[in-house]
Design a protein around this ligand. Structure first.
Ligand SMILES: *[C@@H]1O[C@H](CO)[C@@H](O)[C@H](O)[C@H]1NC(C)=O
Ligand SMILES: *[C@@H]1O[C@H](CO)[C@@H](O)[C@H](O)[C@H]1NC(C)=O
Ligand SMILES: *[C@@H]1O[C@H](CO)[C@@H](O)[C@H](O)[C@H]1NC(C)=O
Ligand SMILES: *[C@@H]1O[C@H](CO)[C@@H](O)[C@H](O)[C@H]1NC(C)=O
Ligand SMILES: *[C@@H]1O[C@H](CO)[C@@H](O)[C@H](O)[C@H]1NC(C)=O
Ligand SMILES: *[C@@H]1O[C@H](CO)[C@@H](O)[C@H](O)[C@H]1NC(C)=O
Ligand SMILES: *[C@@H]1O[C@H](CO)[C@@H](O)[C@H](O)[C@H]1NC(C)=O
Ligand SMILES: *[C@@H]1O[C@H](CO)[C@@H](O)[C@H](O)[C@H]1NC(C)=O
Ligand SMILES: *[C@@H]1O[C@H](CO)[C@@H](O)[C@H](O)[C@H]1NC(C)=O
Ligand SMILES: [Cu+2]
Length: 581
């Protein structure tokens, strides 16, 4: 009794403190839960853009190239009204956003929606749930994403912090590719001739090629830093067709995240990003105040294919650096030594450094054990085709496939609409779980295996099924590092290697403790990668190579994920303004 009394006797003051504390904590909690709804307007339109000495009528969003950066907090809802004032069909994809139950807002044309036609509009609505880091948005129709793209930055909920020291500054770094012609014409020419499309004329950093190119030096992007400060660079490979090495002269980079998932920090002097991938790095101003080049150029994993062998640059500028113009002398920034274009060893070492920040729960029991070959192919020319339509190797036409199926997009309805409304004749559900034929995938493949079948083939997944996919590159035509991107999901990359995947020996290499979580895996050239995820998001989700040249040739397939039980496991009804074909 006495002790109780004494507790009650503890002054009113401490009770007051306690009450205030409760108020404070619940206020914090309210703050954290107080997610915002943001409204944006995107007008897709032709805009004069001058690069490499020439002005093009470039398709942009709101006249900006690159497009506007969206900044959100985890938990926010984004409402983006897209109006199409261009002369092409367009859709926008929110790359890496899970789109829980909102698959209608995912964006790939003829997969989750019909395109927004010229003059039309569509409002994308979705909530960011449990994702933090760097993502991006881009057009998902034809080759419009060459210029229609921008950053999508997701900060922790208000009141939450980064799992690393708060950076002084944050800078998005969008790597891109620029053609000195209309990218849509480049694609059309390739479709007409069957040949590989022209390679780009420049790479860009935040839309600018930089001072190694003609007519570009005065617009070179400046990235500021101050001595002693640590900044966050959000690097995004938004190039159409080209994996890129990225380096900053004399500075180490500490990787802390990729594809909006945190990683165990590791330090490196060079990054490699495939199209679709993002990498968050910390950089410290620990060098003598001066100017240092930030540079990117091609990583080429094919054999004997032409590529854009140029280098894009921006400048890391110390605020206290001597100003070159004032002195009337030009001080050349320090140039980094980039890896050789074919330095696969550096790519492998970099890729193997990625681990999840914390231990994670990887599904160990597998319901769907899938094996997909990925690679190029050649179609023999139909007899009625003129030779100018068959300008691929030896009078063929280039193609591409997964499990020997070259994906054909519907053109009169989206797959998601057909799936949900039970409309037949748009797709089939016989995408094979395994290659129809076993062969030495990475060896000397017989010419008779080069021609795939065409089809709009999907693979059905039960809600909640635990999925493993072995992605196996083939050496058909040429081996190549393919960045495979899955919509609607993040997945764990539990292993990768070279040659043919061997289930007896390679299973031992699986990392089921702290594998990295990503939305795009760069499958090693002439090698394989194994990914796992749980199919907990109902909808129609495309999985495709993020080199647009390959998606144009058919390197894609679609997963159809059933609804589960109850509202929270069921896709929402289609929005009223969903474009119709
Ligand atoms: C592609 O390159 C060829 C050769 O340089 C050129 O003749 C052609 O016009 C280019 N195509 C486009 C669409 O720019
Ligand atoms: C710059 O222009 C010159 C002359 O037109 C050309 O020879 C050169 O290849 C160009 N350089 C680049 C990097 O485009
Ligand atoms: C690429 O360009 C560099 C010079 O920037 C040159 O040394 C190299 O030989 C070129 N490589 C190829 C494969 O064209
Ligand atoms: C890279 O290409 C160069 C020729 O440009 C060649 O000498 C070298 O052997 C190649 N390296 C690899 C790893 O293929
Ligand atoms: C094209 O034909 C040549 C000569 O017959 C052959 O050496 C080459 O391998 C062929 N290329 C392809 C991709 O079939
Ligand atoms: C769509 O086109 C396919 C193939 O061209 C055809 O079989 C199907 O009936 C069409 N479906 C609708 C809904 O128009
Ligand atoms: C690949 O196989 C073909 C026969 O299928 C043979 O003619 C050719 O010499 C082989 N090439 C190599 C490099 O082994
Ligand atoms: C793909 O299918 C076609 C048609 O059946 C066949 O000719 C070809 O050999 C197959 N290729 C592979 C790699 O399975
Ligand atoms: C634009 O989309 C419509 C369907 O909404 C389709 O019929 C048409 O072929 C598309 N146009 C082009 C150029 O792809
Ligand atoms: Cu590819």
């Amino acid at each position: 009794m006495e002790s109780l009394n004494s507790i009650f006797a503890t002054t009113r003051c401490s009770l007051l403190v306690l009450a205030l504390w409760f108020l404070f904590v619940s206020a914090l909690h309210c703050f954290a839960a107080d997610a915002k709804t943001q409204h944006h307007e995107f007008v897709v339109q032709a805009t004069p853009v001058k690069r490499l000495c020439k002005t093009h009528n470039t398709i942009t969003v709101n006249g900006q190239f690159p497009g506007p950066t969206l900044e959100a907090n985890n938990g926010d809802t984004l409402v983006v009204k897209v109006t199409n004032k261009a002369r092409y069909n367009v859709t926008i994809h929110w790359h890496g956003i899970r789109q829980f139950r909102t698959g209608w807002a995912d964006g790939p044309e003829f997969v989750t929606q019909c395109p927004i036609r010229p003059g039309g509009s569509y409002t994308y609505r979705f909530t960011i749930e449990g994702q933090e880091g760097t993502l991006w948005w881009h057009a998902h129709s034809s080759w419009l994403r060459a210029t229609v793209y921008g950053a999508l930055i997701i900060r922790p909920r208000e009141g939450d912090s980064y799992p690393f020291t708060k950076p002084k500054r944050e800078t998005p770094i969008l790597l891109g590719e620029w053609w000195d012609s209309n990218p849509i014409d480049v694609l059309r020419q390739s479709i007409r001739t069957g040949a590989a499309p022209n390679v780009s004329d420049a790479y860009t950093i935040n839309g600018q090629p930089g001072d190694l190119y003609n007519c570009s030096s005065k617009d070179t992007v400046i990235v500021p830093i101050d001595s002693g400060e640590t900044n966050l660079l959000r690097v995004i490979n938004s190039a159409l067709n080209q994996p890129l090495f990225f380096k900053i002269a004399n500075h180490k980079l500490t990787v802390v995240g990729a594809d909006a998932s945190y990683t165990k920090p590791f330090t490196t002097s060079v990054l490699m990003l495939s199209p679709g991938q993002t990498t968050d790095v910390l950089i410290t101003g620990d060098q003598p105040p001066s100017h240092y080049y930030i540079a990117a150029r091609a990583y080429v994993s094919t054999q004997n294919a032409p590529f854009d062998n140029t280098t894009t640059t921006a400048i890391l500028e110390y605020k206290s650096a001597p100003c070159p113009s004032k002195k009337g002398v030009s001080i050349k920034p320090v140039m980094p030594t980039l890896p050789a274009f074919n330095d696969t060893a550096t790519v492998t070492a970099f890729s193997k450094s990625f681990k999840s920040l914390n231990k994670v729960v990887v599904p160990t029991e597998i319901d769907e054990n899938l094996f997909f070959t990925i690679g190029l192919g050649l179609n023999n020319c139909p007899k009625n085709f003129r030779s100018r339509r068959c300008q691929g190797p030896n009078g063929t036409r280039f193609t591409s496939s997964m499990n020997n199926v070259s994906f054909v997009f519907p053109n009169n309805l989206s797959i998601l609409q057909a799936y949900k409304q039970g409309i037949p004749g748009v797709f089939t559900t016989d995408f094979p779980a395994n290659p129809p034929l076993k062969f030495d995938y990475t060896g000397n493949v017989s010419r008779s295996l080069f021609q795939p079948v065409r089809g709009t083939k999907c693979y059905k997944l039960r809600y909640g099924s635990r999925v493993q996919i072995v992605l196996q590159d083939t050496s058909i035509v040429t081996p190549e590092n393919h960045p495979i991107h899955l919509h609607g999901y993040d997945f764990y990359i539990i292993a990768e290697g070279f040659g043919n995947f061997n289930p007896n020996t390679d299973t031992k290499k699986f990392n089921l403790v702290d594998p990295p979580m990503r939305n795009t895996v760069a499958v090693p050239t002439n090698g394989w990668a194994v990914i796992r995820f749980i199919a907990d998001n109902p909808g129609a989700w495309i999985m495709h190579c993020h080199l647009d040249v390959h998606i144009s040739w058919g390197l894609a397939m679609v997963f159809l994920v059933d609804n589960g039980v109850g509202e929270m496991q069921t896709i929402e009804p289609p929005p009223a303004d969903l474009p119709i074909c």
